[in-house]
Design a protein around this ligand. Structure first.
Ligand code: ATP
Ligand code: MG
Length: 137
């Protein structure tokens, strides 16, 4: 069954949005197969966002992801990679539709509270980066 990597970023944790975010995936019908709270190092955050290495905001982004607790999760279910991104909404919360997580709960792109893998390859890579096989059910 398909799996994706979802993370509540430090701003989402700090704002008390963990349960709200979990609820939306759970109510949709997806299954939580791994979860942990971690404070990633800046180096680790950079690995997670390696595809964006050349972007002007890469340094600030890596710094931000490592600035506090992150709730790292793996969710499983049919279409969870693509549909998870729909639940999350567009990258820029100003462009996210109401009803999506970012549309309802965030305002600016640098503080968009949640991450979701953008395809099957990145899902696999990100799950392997954040979790050991024995941490998943
Ligand atoms: P994520 O990978 O976090 O799920 P995404 O796939 O919607 O988000 P990406 O293009 O992968 O978007 O960008 C990763 C993250 O980088 C975004 O979630 C956002 O926090 C940050 N980001 C993207 N564009 C900008 C920007 N123009 N300025 C500042 N931060 C940005
Ligand atoms: Mg992305």
């Amino acid at each position: 069954l398909e799996r994706t990597f979802i993370a509540v970023k430090p701003d989402g944790v700090q704002r008390g949005l963990i349960s709200e975010i979990i609820s939306r995936f759970e109510r949709k019908g997806y299954k939580l197969v791994g979860i942990k709270v971690v404070v990633p190092s800046k180096e680790f955050a950079g690995k997670h966002y390696h595809a964006l290495k050349e972007k002007p905001f890469f340094n600030g982004l890596s710094e931000f992801l490592s600035s506090g607790p992150v709730v790292a999760m793996v969710w499983e279910g049919e279409g969870v990679i693509t549909y998870g991104r729909k639940l999350i909404g567009a990258t820029d919360p100003q462009k996210s539709e109401p009803g999506t997580i970012r549309g309802d709960l965030a305002v600016v792109v640098g503080r968009n509270i949640i991450h979701g893998s953008d395809g099957p390859e990145t899902a696999k890579d990100e799950i392997n980066l954040w979790f050991k096989p024995e941490e998943l059910v």
